[in-house]
Every structure is written in structure tokens, then in C-alpha cells.
Design a protein around this ligand. Structure first.
Ligand code: EZ4
Ligand code: CO
Length: 375
């Protein structure tokens, strides 16, 4: 099954998305998400200028071989741009294979390990009261797990220092049955994170996410020595090597690597398999800067891997949902990828053309004295 065409679509139905479409000689095509928030055009160029010419004529069925060809063949290892490009190729090839066999992708990944995928939504507010309101809204929508973030009045963009007060209030209002998650967005030093984890122990968090930057994997030892609050990290990782020590030393409980940023289904399955040995579960990133193509792929992965933990889910805008029609659905706090052949996600190219790329960057954080801080 020869690849006859491959092209990159960049569109902005509310925010920027990069999508790779691979077409085969028998007319079957597959899609892969290649969106790297704030650096979208780098991946688009990497694909168009360097990867697409090497794809034409290759056998679309040789997914593992093509993955190794683009990983090892590049000589330069790892990195978010390279790995997002490889992920897009890999995801599109899994889509093609599942469509050619007329099965939903999860059937090729070992079949369903569960009936549905537990997801968590985002409750954020500019102060504690507004976060409590947002939390109540998610509970009403049926969510069984909600991430709670609160701002600080008077500061336009900062990490909420009031986490213990917020968590105490949420447990009082919503009881012990709901799962509560919290994201520290890499803002803390290891010892600060250790103290926060300790302070949050009475509130039984599902997880504390990104307590400190994880380039230095051993820094999680310090947090781990001090608290039993479960830890999650990895949304910015792009290979298994970024989390090898974290997993093997059991320094985390959930690994947040995603399909699009960590080398596609092929590589993410390897990360999940390593994690399974050490009783680390998956908790894939699923913010709105990951396209519906990634969301679809993530749900097939989540349904099939045995050590699945939870999936992040932020609904896309109505415009985005129209550009990317999809079979996946949400009901009563859980999701399912649907049973359409392949990923079950499509791209309406005519509609996408109405939303051209718009330059955008992630916000920068500075401390009160002007020092650049982690985002
Ligand atoms: O800031 O996806 O857990 N989710 C997050 C996200 C990230 C964005 C970065 O592109 O931290 O909201
Ligand atoms: Co996060």
C-alpha cells in the first residue's frame, strides 16, 4: 500500500492546528495531529520540507519501520519539533491501517481494556469563589474528576498560591467522592512542592501536576521523600528518555506524555509499557491546543492500554469541532472514541481554509521583580 501523497494543513478555527494528511494508492487516507502550541509553523515546515518528500512511495503498512526511519534517520535525536512531526506521520499511518482493516484503532492496540475513558475537566476562576462556581458547573455536567485552579485577585496571571484553602473548600462543598486534580505549572522549587504536597494530603488529591520542572528528573526524589500526594508530570516531554528515571525510580504516579508531543501511538505505547512495570499509570495531556485528531488518537490509546489512569479533556470550540468532525463522545464524566474505522476523526479542508493561521504565543510569566519564571 504505497503512499502517493502527503500534505500539511494549518488552520485557526479559534486557535492554530497543524494536521498531516497521508494518502495511499488505494485512496485511503489517514490524519495525524502535528500541533506544537506557539511553534506551529516549525513542525509544518519540518514535515513539508523534510518529511513529506521521504514519505512518497513508502509502504504505509510498515508503521514501526517508518517510525525508526524518521527517528534514527534524522541523526539528530529527540526534541519537540522532530517528535511532533514523527507523531503526525505515525498517527496518520495507524489511521490508514485501521481504516484499511475496517476497524476502530483501539482494536489494533489490543482491544478495549475498559468500557470507557475517565476524563477530567478544568475549573478555573480569578478567585476562590469563582473557582468553586466553575467546579460546581463541571459537577453538574457529570464530570467525575475536575482540575481546580484559582487565581489571586489583583494579579493578572500567576500560579494560585491559595491551593490548600481552595482544596479545603472544595472538599467541604463537594464531598469525598469527586476526584480533584491540581496543576502547579512548574512554578515551585522541589522543597516548595514537597511542602505543598504535604499541605494538600488531607484533601486526597487525585494528583498534583507539574510540581517542579522535570528536566532534572532526580529533583522529584526530594518531593517524594516528603509527601504521599500522587504526582503527575510529562505534558512537555517528547520521548521515553525524558521520563525513564522518573518511572524507574517510581518518583511519579502518572505520566502525562501525549500522542502528538511524544512520537505518536507507537512511542507512547512504549512509554506506557515501561510505566506499567513500575505501577505508573497514564494521564495524557488533553488541553485545547491539542487538536481533535490527537484527542481521537488519545482515546483509542486510553481505552486499550492496561495501565490507563485518566485523560485530560477540554472541549474545543464549536468552529474547531466543525472543522474536525469526530466519532468520539462525552457522557457522564467518561468518553469513548467511537467505533468508526480508524481514528474516527476527519478534517473538512474547505472549511479549514476559511480559518487561516494567526501568529500566537504562550504567555510569559515574570515574578514581581521582573525575573522570567516557568510557565
Ligand atoms: O498550559 O496545553 O494541563 N494542562 C496544561 C495546558 C498547557 C497548554 C500548553 O500548550 O497545563 O493548559
Ligand atoms: Co498542565
Amino acid at each position: 500500500m504505497k503512499i502517493t501523497d502527503a500534505k500539511v494543513n494549518v488552520c485557526c478555527p479559534g486557535r492554530n492546528f497543524v494536521t498531516l494528511k497521508i494518502v495511499t494508492e488505494d485512496g485511503i487516507y489517514g490524519l495525524g495531529d502535528a500541533t506544537l502550541n506557539g511553534r506551529e509553523l516549525s513542525v509544518a515546515s519540518y514535515l513539508t520540507d523534510h518529511v513529506v518528500p521521504l514519505l512518497i512511495g513508502r509502504d504505509a503498512r510498515r508503521i514501526e519501520d517508518i517510525w525508526q526511519y524518521f527517528y534514527k534517520g534524522a541523526y539528530w535525536r529527540r526534541g519537540p519539533v522532530t517528535m511532533s512531526a514523527i507523531a503526525a506521520v505515525d498517527t496518520a499511518l495507524w489511521d490508514v491501517k485501521a481504516k484499511s482493516l475496517n476497524v476502530p484503532l483501539y482494536q489494533l492496540l489490543g482491544g478495549a481494556s475498559r468500557d470507557s475513558v475517565l476524563v477530567y475537566g478544568h475549573a478555573s476562576g480569578s478567585d476562590l469563589e469563582k473557582t468553586v462556581e466553575a467546579f460546581a458547573h463541571y459537577v453538574k455536567l457529570g464530570y467525575k474528576a475536575v482540575r481546580a485552579q484559582s487565581g489571586i485577585p489583583g494579579l493578572s496571571s500567576t500560579y494560585g498560591v491559595g491551593a490548600p484553602q481552595l482544596l479545603a473548600r472544595l472538599r467541604k462543598e463537594f464531598g469525598s467522592q469527586i476526584h480533584i486534580l491540581h496543576d502547579a505549572h512548574h512554578r515551585l522549587t522541589p522543597i516548595e512542592a514537597a511542602r505543598l504536597g504535604k499541605d494538600l494530603e488531607p484533601f486526597r488529591l487525585f494528583w498534583l501536576e507539574d510540581p517542579t520542572p522535570a528536566e532534572l528528573q532526580e529533583s522529584f526524589r526530594l518531593i517524594r521523600q516528603h509527601t504521599t500526594t500522587p504526582l503527575a508530570v510529562g505534558e512537555v516531554f517528547n520521548t521515553i528518555f525524558d521520563c525513564q528515571q522518573l518511572i524507574q525510580e517510581q518518583l511519579i504516579d502518572y505520566i502525562r506524555t501525549t500522542v502528538v508531543h511524544a512520537g505518536g501511538i507507537t512511542h507512547l505505547k512504549k512509554i506506557a509499557s515501561l510505566a506499567e512495570i513500575y505501577q505508573v499509570r497514564t494521564g495524557s495531556h488533553g488541553a485545547t491546543d491539542l487538536s481533535p485528531v490527537c484527542m481521537g488518537a488519545a482515546l483509542h490509546f486510553d481505552l486499550s492500554v492496561h495501565n490507563f489512569g485518566i485523560q485530560e479533556y477540554m472541549p474545543h470550540t464549536a468552529e474547531t469541532d466543525k472543522v474536525f468532525p469526530h466519532a468520539y463522545s462525552f457522557k457522564d464524566g467518561v468518553m469513548h472514541p467511537g467505533d468508526a474505522p480508524g481514528l474516527g476523526v476527519d478534517l473538512d479542508e474547505a472549511l479549514a481554509a476559511k480559518y487561516p493561521y494567526e501568529r500566537a504565543y504562550l504567555p510569559i510569566n515574570r515574578k514581581l521583580d521582573g525575573t522570567i519564571h516557568n510557565w
